[in-house]
Ligand binder design. Sequence first.
Ligand SMILES: Nc1ncnc2c1ncn2[C@@H]1O[C@H](COP(=O)(O)OP(=O)(O)OP(=O)(O)O)[C@@H](O)[C@H]1O
Ligand SMILES: O=P(O)(O)OC[C@H]1O[C@H](OP(=O)(O)OP(=O)(O)O)[C@H](O)[C@@H]1O
Ligand SMILES: O=C(O)c1cccnc1
Length: 493
Amino acid sequence: MKITKDLYQGSLALLTDFYQLTMAYAYWKSGKSEQEAVFNLFFRKHPFQSGFTIAAGLEYVVDFCNNFTFNEDDLSYLGNMKNSDGSPVFVPDFLDYLKEMKFSCDIDAVEEGTVVFPHTPLIRVKGPLIQCQLLETALLNIINFQTLIATKAARVVLAAKGDSVLEFGLRRAQGIDGALAASRASYIGGCSATSNVMAGKLFGIPVSGTHAHSWIMSFDTELEAFKAYADAFPEKCIFLVDTYDTVNGIRNAIEVGKILRENGKEMLGVRIDSGDLAYFSNIAREMLDEAGFPDAKVVASNDLDEHIITSLKIQEASISVWGVGTKLVTAYDQPALGAVYKLAAIKNKEGVWEPKVKVSQQSIKINIPGEHQISRFLRNGRAVADMIFLQEDVDNKSSVMIIDPIDSTKRKRLNLGDLEEYKLLKPIFKAGQQVYVCPPIEAIKQNTKDNLQCFDKTHKRLTNPHVYPVGLEENLYQLRTDLVFKMKNYDQE
Ligand SMILES: Nc1ncnc2c1ncn2[C@@H]1O[C@H](COP(=O)(O)OP(=O)(O)OP(=O)(O)O)[C@@H](O)[C@H]1O
Ligand SMILES: O=P(O)(O)OC[C@H]1O[C@H](OP(=O)(O)OP(=O)(O)O)[C@H](O)[C@@H]1O
Ligand SMILES: O=C(O)c1cccnc1
Protein backbone atom coordinates (compact mmCIF):
# COMPACT_ATOMS: atom_id res chain seq x y z
CA MET A 1 0.00 0.00 0.00
CA LYS A 2 0.99 3.63 -0.38
CA ILE A 3 1.03 4.78 3.22
CA THR A 4 1.60 8.44 2.38
CA LYS A 5 -1.22 8.61 -0.12
CA ASP A 6 -3.78 6.47 1.65
CA LEU A 7 -3.12 7.57 5.20
CA TYR A 8 -1.91 11.14 4.98
CA GLN A 9 -3.43 12.37 1.74
CA GLY A 10 -0.29 13.94 0.41
CA SER A 11 3.01 15.19 1.73
CA LEU A 12 4.78 14.07 4.87
CA ALA A 13 7.85 16.27 4.31
CA LEU A 14 6.93 18.56 7.23
CA LEU A 15 6.68 15.62 9.62
CA THR A 16 9.93 16.74 11.20
CA ASP A 17 11.31 18.75 14.06
CA PHE A 18 11.77 22.44 13.29
CA TYR A 19 15.48 22.22 14.06
CA GLN A 20 15.97 19.82 11.16
CA LEU A 21 14.73 22.58 8.84
CA THR A 22 16.82 25.29 10.47
CA MET A 23 19.90 23.04 10.20
CA ALA A 24 18.97 22.29 6.60
CA TYR A 25 18.84 26.02 5.89
CA ALA A 26 22.16 26.57 7.65
CA TYR A 27 23.79 23.65 5.73
CA TRP A 28 22.54 25.20 2.51
CA LYS A 29 23.69 28.70 3.46
CA SER A 30 27.15 27.48 4.43
CA GLY A 31 27.55 25.45 1.24
CA LYS A 32 27.48 22.09 3.03
CA SER A 33 24.16 20.70 1.84
CA GLU A 34 25.64 18.37 -0.79
CA GLN A 35 28.54 17.16 1.36
CA GLU A 36 28.17 13.38 1.59
CA ALA A 37 27.45 11.82 4.97
CA VAL A 38 26.54 8.53 6.61
CA PHE A 39 23.99 8.32 9.43
CA ASN A 40 23.01 5.23 11.43
CA LEU A 41 19.72 4.56 13.18
CA PHE A 42 20.14 2.26 16.18
CA PHE A 43 18.95 1.73 19.75
CA ARG A 44 21.06 1.24 22.84
CA LYS A 45 18.87 -0.95 25.07
CA HIS A 46 16.23 -3.56 24.38
CA PRO A 47 12.73 -2.50 25.45
CA PHE A 48 10.88 -4.31 28.29
CA GLN A 49 14.20 -5.76 29.59
CA SER A 50 13.82 -8.13 26.67
CA GLY A 51 16.67 -10.26 25.36
CA PHE A 52 15.76 -9.43 21.75
CA THR A 53 14.03 -6.79 19.64
CA ILE A 54 12.03 -7.22 16.42
CA ALA A 55 12.73 -4.65 13.68
CA ALA A 56 9.60 -3.15 12.12
CA GLY A 57 8.49 -0.10 10.14
CA LEU A 58 10.71 -0.33 7.05
CA GLU A 59 7.80 -0.32 4.59
CA TYR A 60 6.68 3.02 6.03
CA VAL A 61 10.25 4.33 5.66
CA VAL A 62 10.37 3.21 2.02
CA ASP A 63 7.10 4.96 1.34
CA PHE A 64 8.26 8.08 3.18
CA CYS A 65 11.47 8.26 1.13
CA ASN A 66 9.64 7.69 -2.15
CA ASN A 67 7.43 10.67 -1.32
CA PHE A 68 10.11 12.87 0.17
CA THR A 69 9.25 16.11 -1.62
CA PHE A 70 8.03 19.47 -0.39
CA ASN A 71 4.80 20.42 -2.15
CA GLU A 72 3.51 23.94 -2.82
CA ASP A 73 1.48 23.96 0.40
CA ASP A 74 4.48 22.93 2.49
CA LEU A 75 6.67 25.59 0.87
CA SER A 76 4.11 28.30 1.30
CA TYR A 77 3.76 27.39 4.99
CA LEU A 78 7.54 27.58 5.41
CA GLY A 79 7.70 30.79 3.35
CA ASN A 80 5.29 32.48 5.75
CA MET A 81 7.35 31.70 8.85
CA LYS A 82 8.81 34.88 10.35
CA ASN A 83 11.62 35.69 12.75
CA SER A 84 10.88 38.01 15.69
CA ASP A 85 12.05 41.02 13.62
CA GLY A 86 9.52 40.15 10.91
CA SER A 87 12.07 38.81 8.42
CA PRO A 88 11.35 35.42 6.80
CA VAL A 89 12.91 32.37 8.52
CA PHE A 90 13.63 30.77 5.16
CA VAL A 91 14.67 32.90 2.17
CA PRO A 92 12.95 32.23 -1.20
CA ASP A 93 16.13 30.80 -2.77
CA PHE A 94 16.26 28.13 -0.07
CA LEU A 95 12.60 27.29 -0.61
CA ASP A 96 13.36 26.94 -4.34
CA TYR A 97 16.19 24.60 -3.40
CA LEU A 98 13.79 22.50 -1.31
CA LYS A 99 11.28 22.51 -4.17
CA GLU A 100 13.85 21.09 -6.57
CA MET A 101 15.40 18.68 -4.05
CA LYS A 102 15.21 15.07 -5.27
CA PHE A 103 15.72 12.24 -2.83
CA SER A 104 19.07 10.75 -3.83
CA CYS A 105 20.35 8.81 -0.80
CA ASP A 106 21.51 5.22 -0.50
CA ILE A 107 19.61 3.42 2.21
CA ASP A 108 20.56 0.06 3.65
CA ALA A 109 18.37 -1.49 6.32
CA VAL A 110 17.59 -4.58 8.31
CA GLU A 111 14.47 -6.29 6.98
CA GLU A 112 11.26 -6.13 8.98
CA GLY A 113 10.82 -9.10 11.29
CA THR A 114 14.56 -9.46 11.89
CA VAL A 115 15.75 -10.01 15.45
CA VAL A 116 18.04 -7.09 16.26
CA PHE A 117 20.26 -6.02 19.13
CA PRO A 118 21.57 -2.81 20.71
CA HIS A 119 24.16 -0.75 18.79
CA THR A 120 23.64 -2.40 15.41
CA PRO A 121 22.15 -0.09 12.76
CA LEU A 122 18.58 -0.84 11.73
CA ILE A 123 18.91 1.75 8.98
CA ARG A 124 21.96 3.34 7.38
CA VAL A 125 21.49 6.48 5.27
CA LYS A 126 24.23 7.72 2.97
CA GLY A 127 23.87 10.80 0.83
CA PRO A 128 23.81 14.61 0.80
CA LEU A 129 24.09 15.89 4.37
CA ILE A 130 20.94 17.98 4.07
CA GLN A 131 18.80 15.01 3.00
CA CYS A 132 20.24 12.69 5.64
CA GLN A 133 19.45 15.33 8.25
CA LEU A 134 15.91 15.97 7.02
CA LEU A 135 15.08 12.26 7.23
CA GLU A 136 16.04 11.90 10.89
CA THR A 137 12.84 12.66 12.75
CA ALA A 138 10.43 10.76 10.55
CA LEU A 139 12.66 7.68 10.42
CA LEU A 140 12.96 7.63 14.19
CA ASN A 141 9.24 8.19 14.65
CA ILE A 142 8.40 5.28 12.36
CA ILE A 143 11.01 2.77 13.47
CA ASN A 144 10.91 3.50 17.20
CA PHE A 145 7.20 2.83 17.51
CA GLN A 146 6.73 -0.12 15.18
CA THR A 147 9.85 -1.87 16.46
CA LEU A 148 8.67 -1.35 20.04
CA ILE A 149 5.22 -2.82 19.37
CA ALA A 150 6.47 -5.71 17.22
CA THR A 151 8.77 -6.63 20.11
CA LYS A 152 5.99 -6.42 22.67
CA ALA A 153 3.77 -8.56 20.46
CA ALA A 154 6.52 -11.15 20.00
CA ARG A 155 6.87 -11.39 23.79
CA VAL A 156 3.11 -11.78 24.27
CA VAL A 157 3.02 -14.43 21.55
CA LEU A 158 5.97 -16.29 23.11
CA ALA A 159 4.14 -16.28 26.45
CA ALA A 160 1.05 -17.72 24.73
CA LYS A 161 3.15 -20.74 23.65
CA GLY A 162 1.46 -21.44 20.32
CA ASP A 163 -2.04 -20.19 21.22
CA SER A 164 -3.58 -17.47 19.05
CA VAL A 165 -3.22 -13.90 20.24
CA LEU A 166 -5.82 -11.41 18.98
CA GLU A 167 -4.90 -7.73 19.09
CA PHE A 168 -7.82 -5.75 20.59
CA GLY A 169 -6.08 -2.40 21.17
CA LEU A 170 -7.74 0.16 18.89
CA ARG A 171 -9.99 1.77 21.52
CA ARG A 172 -7.09 2.48 23.88
CA ALA A 173 -4.27 3.06 21.43
CA GLN A 174 -2.37 6.34 21.09
CA GLY A 175 -4.60 8.00 18.54
CA ILE A 176 -5.51 6.95 15.03
CA ASP A 177 -2.05 6.47 13.57
CA GLY A 178 -0.79 4.90 16.80
CA ALA A 179 -3.56 2.34 16.55
CA LEU A 180 -2.98 1.55 12.87
CA ALA A 181 0.78 1.26 13.17
CA ALA A 182 0.36 -0.80 16.35
CA SER A 183 -2.00 -3.24 14.62
CA ARG A 184 0.50 -3.65 11.78
CA ALA A 185 3.46 -4.12 14.14
CA SER A 186 1.50 -6.51 16.38
CA TYR A 187 0.79 -8.71 13.40
CA ILE A 188 4.47 -8.63 12.41
CA GLY A 189 5.32 -9.61 16.00
CA GLY A 190 3.12 -12.70 15.73
CA CYS A 191 -0.49 -11.82 16.58
CA SER A 192 -3.01 -13.84 14.58
CA ALA A 193 -5.51 -11.08 13.86
CA THR A 194 -6.67 -7.61 14.85
CA SER A 195 -10.03 -6.17 15.84
CA ASN A 196 -9.03 -2.99 13.90
CA VAL A 197 -10.97 -3.15 10.66
CA MET A 198 -9.14 -0.25 9.02
CA ALA A 199 -5.80 -1.96 9.71
CA GLY A 200 -7.29 -5.07 8.12
CA LYS A 201 -8.16 -3.12 4.99
CA LEU A 202 -4.96 -1.06 4.77
CA PHE A 203 -2.44 -3.77 5.57
CA GLY A 204 -4.18 -7.01 4.65
CA ILE A 205 -4.24 -8.29 8.25
CA PRO A 206 -6.96 -10.80 9.22
CA VAL A 207 -9.69 -9.19 11.34
CA SER A 208 -11.63 -11.03 13.99
CA GLY A 209 -13.57 -10.58 17.21
CA THR A 210 -16.40 -11.62 19.48
CA HIS A 211 -19.10 -9.29 20.89
CA ALA A 212 -19.39 -6.84 23.80
CA HIS A 213 -21.32 -6.75 27.07
CA SER A 214 -23.59 -4.10 25.52
CA TRP A 215 -24.99 -6.77 23.19
CA ILE A 216 -26.06 -8.90 26.15
CA MET A 217 -27.32 -5.92 28.12
CA SER A 218 -29.55 -4.76 25.28
CA PHE A 219 -31.72 -7.90 25.76
CA ASP A 220 -33.91 -8.90 28.70
CA THR A 221 -31.91 -12.09 29.25
CA GLU A 222 -28.45 -13.38 28.36
CA LEU A 223 -29.97 -16.49 26.76
CA GLU A 224 -32.04 -14.36 24.40
CA ALA A 225 -28.95 -12.36 23.49
CA PHE A 226 -26.89 -15.51 22.68
CA LYS A 227 -29.75 -16.92 20.58
CA ALA A 228 -30.12 -13.69 18.61
CA TYR A 229 -26.35 -13.55 17.99
CA ALA A 230 -26.37 -17.19 16.87
CA ASP A 231 -29.17 -16.34 14.51
CA ALA A 232 -27.18 -13.47 12.97
CA PHE A 233 -23.75 -15.17 12.92
CA PRO A 234 -24.17 -18.93 13.20
CA GLU A 235 -20.59 -19.45 11.95
CA LYS A 236 -18.94 -16.98 14.31
CA CYS A 237 -20.30 -17.66 17.77
CA ILE A 238 -17.92 -16.84 20.60
CA PHE A 239 -20.22 -15.95 23.47
CA LEU A 240 -19.11 -13.47 26.12
CA VAL A 241 -20.19 -15.28 29.27
CA ASP A 242 -19.33 -12.95 32.15
CA THR A 243 -21.91 -10.15 31.98
CA TYR A 244 -23.96 -11.38 34.97
CA ASP A 245 -22.79 -14.74 36.31
CA THR A 246 -19.99 -16.52 34.49
CA VAL A 247 -21.02 -20.11 35.31
CA ASN A 248 -24.59 -19.39 34.28
CA GLY A 249 -23.23 -17.66 31.16
CA ILE A 250 -21.32 -20.82 30.19
CA ARG A 251 -24.52 -22.83 30.75
CA ASN A 252 -26.42 -20.47 28.42
CA ALA A 253 -23.66 -20.66 25.81
CA ILE A 254 -23.84 -24.48 25.87
CA GLU A 255 -27.61 -24.35 25.45
CA VAL A 256 -27.28 -22.16 22.36
CA GLY A 257 -24.35 -24.28 21.17
CA LYS A 258 -26.68 -27.29 21.12
CA ILE A 259 -29.28 -25.38 19.09
CA LEU A 260 -26.56 -24.35 16.63
CA ARG A 261 -25.46 -27.97 16.33
CA GLU A 262 -29.02 -29.10 15.59
CA ASN A 263 -28.82 -26.67 12.67
CA GLY A 264 -25.51 -28.06 11.47
CA LYS A 265 -23.31 -25.27 12.92
CA GLU A 266 -20.67 -25.34 15.66
CA MET A 267 -20.22 -22.82 18.45
CA LEU A 268 -16.61 -21.58 18.26
CA GLY A 269 -16.24 -20.88 21.96
CA VAL A 270 -16.78 -18.59 24.91
CA ARG A 271 -14.99 -15.44 26.06
CA ILE A 272 -14.26 -14.56 29.69
CA ASP A 273 -13.38 -10.91 30.36
CA SER A 274 -13.33 -10.61 34.16
CA GLY A 275 -12.78 -12.44 37.40
CA ASP A 276 -10.19 -15.11 38.04
CA LEU A 277 -9.35 -16.19 34.51
CA ALA A 278 -7.66 -19.43 35.65
CA TYR A 279 -10.59 -20.49 37.78
CA PHE A 280 -13.33 -19.60 35.30
CA SER A 281 -11.49 -20.90 32.24
CA ASN A 282 -11.07 -24.30 33.93
CA ILE A 283 -14.74 -24.39 34.85
CA ALA A 284 -15.64 -23.40 31.27
CA ARG A 285 -13.39 -26.15 29.86
CA GLU A 286 -14.91 -28.82 32.14
CA MET A 287 -18.47 -27.76 31.36
CA LEU A 288 -17.85 -27.52 27.61
CA ASP A 289 -16.11 -30.93 27.50
CA GLU A 290 -18.84 -32.54 29.56
CA ALA A 291 -21.54 -31.09 27.30
CA GLY A 292 -19.81 -32.49 24.18
CA PHE A 293 -18.01 -29.33 23.01
CA PRO A 294 -14.33 -30.32 23.31
CA ASP A 295 -13.39 -28.14 20.32
CA ALA A 296 -15.04 -24.98 21.64
CA LYS A 297 -12.31 -22.55 22.61
CA VAL A 298 -11.98 -20.53 25.77
CA VAL A 299 -10.99 -16.97 24.87
CA ALA A 300 -9.71 -14.69 27.64
CA SER A 301 -9.30 -10.93 27.74
CA ASN A 302 -8.92 -8.22 30.39
CA ASP A 303 -5.71 -6.27 30.77
CA LEU A 304 -3.51 -9.13 29.65
CA ASP A 305 0.19 -8.91 28.92
CA GLU A 306 3.04 -11.40 28.60
CA HIS A 307 3.46 -11.67 32.38
CA ILE A 308 -0.20 -12.38 33.19
CA ILE A 309 -0.36 -14.87 30.32
CA THR A 310 2.74 -16.61 31.69
CA SER A 311 1.18 -16.73 35.15
CA LEU A 312 -2.08 -18.13 33.75
CA LYS A 313 -0.10 -20.81 31.88
CA ILE A 314 1.68 -21.77 35.10
CA GLN A 315 -1.73 -21.97 36.81
CA GLU A 316 -2.81 -24.36 34.01
CA ALA A 317 -5.66 -22.12 32.91
CA SER A 318 -7.66 -23.65 30.06
CA ILE A 319 -7.34 -20.65 27.76
CA SER A 320 -6.46 -21.19 24.12
CA VAL A 321 -7.07 -17.74 22.59
CA TRP A 322 -5.83 -14.51 24.18
CA GLY A 323 -7.35 -11.09 23.43
CA VAL A 324 -4.72 -8.47 24.22
CA GLY A 325 -5.33 -4.74 23.87
CA THR A 326 -4.13 -1.82 25.96
CA LYS A 327 -0.90 -3.26 27.29
CA LEU A 328 0.21 -4.34 23.84
CA VAL A 329 -0.61 -1.36 21.63
CA THR A 330 0.50 1.26 24.14
CA ALA A 331 3.61 -0.73 25.14
CA TYR A 332 2.30 -0.05 28.62
CA ASP A 333 5.43 -0.87 30.62
CA GLN A 334 7.79 1.00 28.29
CA PRO A 335 6.05 3.46 26.04
CA ALA A 336 9.03 4.36 23.83
CA LEU A 337 12.05 2.71 22.28
CA GLY A 338 15.04 5.01 22.51
CA ALA A 339 16.49 4.56 19.02
CA VAL A 340 18.72 7.40 17.88
CA TYR A 341 20.10 8.58 14.53
CA LYS A 342 23.74 9.57 14.54
CA LEU A 343 26.25 10.92 12.06
CA ALA A 344 28.87 8.18 11.55
CA ALA A 345 31.04 9.53 8.74
CA ILE A 346 31.39 12.53 6.46
CA LYS A 347 33.34 13.15 3.25
CA ASN A 348 35.75 16.06 3.64
CA LYS A 349 36.63 18.69 1.03
CA GLU A 350 39.43 16.47 -0.31
CA GLY A 351 36.89 13.72 -0.95
CA VAL A 352 38.16 11.54 1.91
CA TRP A 353 35.67 9.87 4.24
CA GLU A 354 36.17 10.79 7.90
CA PRO A 355 34.61 8.57 10.58
CA LYS A 356 32.86 10.53 13.34
CA VAL A 357 32.06 9.90 17.01
CA LYS A 358 29.91 11.71 19.52
CA VAL A 359 31.88 11.58 22.76
CA SER A 360 29.95 11.02 25.98
CA GLN A 361 30.70 10.46 29.65
CA GLN A 362 28.61 7.31 29.37
CA SER A 363 30.34 4.81 27.11
CA ILE A 364 26.94 3.37 26.09
CA LYS A 365 26.29 6.70 24.33
CA ILE A 366 29.43 6.73 22.20
CA ASN A 367 28.31 5.86 18.68
CA ILE A 368 30.11 3.53 16.29
CA PRO A 369 31.92 5.44 13.54
CA GLY A 370 32.13 4.65 9.84
CA GLU A 371 30.02 3.02 7.16
CA HIS A 372 29.81 -0.37 8.80
CA GLN A 373 27.94 -3.57 8.08
CA ILE A 374 26.53 -6.19 10.45
CA SER A 375 27.00 -9.92 10.09
CA ARG A 376 25.06 -12.56 11.96
CA PHE A 377 26.96 -15.81 12.47
CA LEU A 378 25.08 -19.08 12.81
CA ARG A 379 26.19 -22.62 13.61
CA ASN A 380 23.77 -25.34 12.47
CA GLY A 381 21.05 -22.72 12.10
CA ARG A 382 21.63 -21.32 15.62
CA ALA A 383 22.71 -17.66 15.97
CA VAL A 384 25.98 -17.43 17.89
CA ALA A 385 26.98 -13.75 17.59
CA ASP A 386 26.55 -10.52 15.61
CA MET A 387 29.54 -8.52 14.43
CA ILE A 388 29.65 -4.82 13.52
CA PHE A 389 32.54 -4.19 11.16
CA LEU A 390 34.10 -2.28 8.28
CA GLN A 391 34.35 -4.50 5.21
CA GLU A 392 38.02 -3.74 4.54
CA ASP A 393 38.94 -4.94 8.05
CA VAL A 394 37.67 -8.47 7.55
CA ASP A 395 38.50 -9.19 3.90
CA ASN A 396 40.44 -12.47 3.59
CA LYS A 397 40.41 -13.21 7.33
CA SER A 398 39.77 -16.73 8.62
CA SER A 399 38.95 -15.62 12.14
CA VAL A 400 37.86 -12.39 13.78
CA MET A 401 37.70 -11.05 17.30
CA ILE A 402 34.59 -9.18 18.37
CA ILE A 403 34.60 -6.85 21.38
CA ASP A 404 31.58 -5.72 23.38
CA PRO A 405 31.01 -2.02 22.60
CA ILE A 406 30.56 -1.12 26.29
CA ASP A 407 32.80 -3.56 28.15
CA SER A 408 36.05 -4.29 26.31
CA THR A 409 36.84 -7.21 28.64
CA LYS A 410 34.03 -9.12 26.93
CA ARG A 411 35.47 -10.60 23.74
CA LYS A 412 34.74 -13.53 21.50
CA ARG A 413 36.81 -15.12 18.73
CA LEU A 414 34.86 -16.38 15.74
CA ASN A 415 36.37 -18.93 13.34
CA LEU A 416 34.69 -17.91 10.13
CA GLY A 417 35.21 -21.26 8.42
CA ASP A 418 32.91 -23.00 10.94
CA LEU A 419 30.06 -20.51 10.69
CA GLU A 420 27.31 -19.46 8.31
CA GLU A 421 27.32 -15.68 7.82
CA TYR A 422 24.37 -13.44 6.95
CA LYS A 423 24.71 -9.75 6.22
CA LEU A 424 21.84 -8.01 7.97
CA LEU A 425 21.89 -4.64 6.18
CA LYS A 426 20.23 -4.99 2.76
CA PRO A 427 20.23 -2.37 0.00
CA ILE A 428 16.87 -0.56 -0.02
CA PHE A 429 17.61 2.57 -2.10
CA LYS A 430 20.54 3.29 -4.41
CA ALA A 431 20.97 6.96 -5.32
CA GLY A 432 17.34 7.59 -4.44
CA GLN A 433 15.97 4.67 -6.48
CA GLN A 434 14.19 1.90 -4.64
CA VAL A 435 15.99 -1.40 -5.25
CA TYR A 436 14.17 -3.46 -2.62
CA VAL A 437 10.74 -5.00 -2.93
CA CYS A 438 8.85 -4.70 0.34
CA PRO A 439 7.61 -8.19 1.19
CA PRO A 440 3.94 -8.88 1.87
CA ILE A 441 2.96 -8.67 5.53
CA GLU A 442 2.57 -12.47 5.77
CA ALA A 443 6.21 -12.90 4.70
CA ILE A 444 7.33 -10.32 7.28
CA LYS A 445 5.42 -12.15 10.01
CA GLN A 446 7.04 -15.42 8.89
CA ASN A 447 10.44 -13.71 8.97
CA THR A 448 9.86 -12.84 12.64
CA LYS A 449 9.03 -16.46 13.38
CA ASP A 450 12.01 -17.82 11.44
CA ASN A 451 14.37 -15.31 13.02
CA LEU A 452 13.23 -16.07 16.56
CA GLN A 453 13.66 -19.76 15.89
CA CYS A 454 17.40 -19.18 15.30
CA PHE A 455 17.87 -17.93 18.86
CA ASP A 456 18.34 -20.05 21.93
CA LYS A 457 15.40 -20.01 24.33
CA THR A 458 17.60 -18.44 27.00
CA HIS A 459 17.69 -15.22 24.93
CA LYS A 460 13.89 -15.31 24.59
CA ARG A 461 13.21 -15.73 28.30
CA LEU A 462 10.86 -12.93 29.40
CA THR A 463 12.74 -12.07 32.58
CA ASN A 464 16.52 -11.79 32.96
CA PRO A 465 17.31 -13.18 29.52
CA HIS A 466 20.78 -14.42 28.64
CA VAL A 467 22.64 -11.67 26.77
CA TYR A 468 23.34 -12.45 23.11
CA PRO A 469 26.89 -11.48 22.06
CA VAL A 470 27.16 -8.47 19.75
CA GLY A 471 30.55 -6.93 19.23
CA LEU A 472 32.68 -4.59 17.22
CA GLU A 473 35.32 -6.24 15.06
CA GLU A 474 38.59 -5.40 16.80
CA ASN A 475 39.87 -2.90 14.18
CA LEU A 476 36.60 -0.98 14.33
CA TYR A 477 36.78 -1.09 18.13
CA GLN A 478 40.29 0.37 17.93
CA LEU A 479 39.19 3.05 15.45
CA ARG A 480 36.42 4.11 17.81
CA THR A 481 38.74 4.19 20.82
CA ASP A 482 41.35 6.23 18.91
CA LEU A 483 38.73 8.70 17.75
CA VAL A 484 37.39 9.17 21.26
CA PHE A 485 40.90 9.84 22.56
CA LYS A 486 41.53 12.27 19.70
CA MET A 487 38.31 14.20 20.27
CA LYS A 488 38.81 14.33 24.05
CA ASN A 489 42.34 15.57 23.52
CA TYR A 490 43.74 13.95 26.68
CA ASP A 491 47.25 15.24 25.87
CA GLN A 492 46.21 18.83 26.58
CA GLU A 493 46.26 20.09 30.16
N1 LIG B 1 -5.74 -16.22 37.77
C1 LIG B 1 -5.18 -15.07 37.50
N2 LIG B 1 -3.87 -14.90 37.70
C2 LIG B 1 -3.26 -13.74 37.44
N3 LIG B 1 -3.90 -12.68 36.96
C3 LIG B 1 -5.22 -12.77 36.72
C4 LIG B 1 -5.91 -13.96 36.97
N4 LIG B 1 -7.20 -13.76 36.64
C5 LIG B 1 -7.30 -12.49 36.19
N5 LIG B 1 -6.12 -11.89 36.22
C6 LIG B 1 -5.77 -10.51 35.84
O1 LIG B 1 -6.04 -9.71 36.97
C7 LIG B 1 -6.53 -8.45 36.58
C8 LIG B 1 -7.92 -8.31 37.22
O2 LIG B 1 -8.48 -7.12 36.80
P1 LIG B 1 -9.56 -6.29 37.64
O3 LIG B 1 -9.03 -5.93 38.95
O4 LIG B 1 -10.01 -5.20 36.74
O5 LIG B 1 -10.70 -7.34 37.94
P2 LIG B 1 -11.90 -7.77 37.05
O6 LIG B 1 -12.25 -9.13 37.50
O7 LIG B 1 -11.58 -7.60 35.63
O8 LIG B 1 -13.03 -6.77 37.44
P3 LIG B 1 -14.10 -6.09 36.48
O9 LIG B 1 -15.35 -6.82 36.75
O10 LIG B 1 -14.11 -4.68 36.92
O11 LIG B 1 -13.68 -6.20 35.04
C9 LIG B 1 -6.55 -8.44 35.06
O12 LIG B 1 -5.34 -7.87 34.59
C10 LIG B 1 -6.59 -9.93 34.72
O13 LIG B 1 -6.00 -10.21 33.45
O1 LIG C 1 -8.20 -5.23 28.36
P1 LIG C 1 -7.50 -5.03 27.07
O2 LIG C 1 -6.25 -5.83 26.98
O3 LIG C 1 -7.33 -3.60 26.71
O4 LIG C 1 -8.45 -5.73 25.91
C1 LIG C 1 -9.52 -5.15 25.34
C2 LIG C 1 -10.64 -4.92 26.33
O5 LIG C 1 -11.56 -4.08 25.73
C3 LIG C 1 -12.84 -4.56 25.98
O6 LIG C 1 -13.35 -4.06 27.18
P2 LIG C 1 -14.27 -2.78 27.29
O7 LIG C 1 -14.42 -2.56 28.73
O8 LIG C 1 -13.78 -1.63 26.48
O9 LIG C 1 -15.60 -3.21 26.63
P3 LIG C 1 -16.50 -4.48 26.90
O10 LIG C 1 -15.89 -5.22 28.04
O11 LIG C 1 -17.85 -3.95 27.18
O12 LIG C 1 -16.44 -5.25 25.64
C4 LIG C 1 -12.66 -6.06 26.07
O13 LIG C 1 -13.72 -6.67 26.72
C5 LIG C 1 -11.32 -6.20 26.74
O14 LIG C 1 -11.44 -6.32 28.12
O1 LIG D 1 -13.94 -8.63 19.56
C1 LIG D 1 -13.74 -8.51 20.77
O2 LIG D 1 -14.03 -9.39 21.60
C2 LIG D 1 -13.09 -7.25 21.26
C3 LIG D 1 -12.70 -6.26 20.42
C4 LIG D 1 -12.12 -5.12 20.92
C5 LIG D 1 -11.93 -5.00 22.26
N1 LIG D 1 -12.30 -5.97 23.08
C6 LIG D 1 -12.88 -7.10 22.61
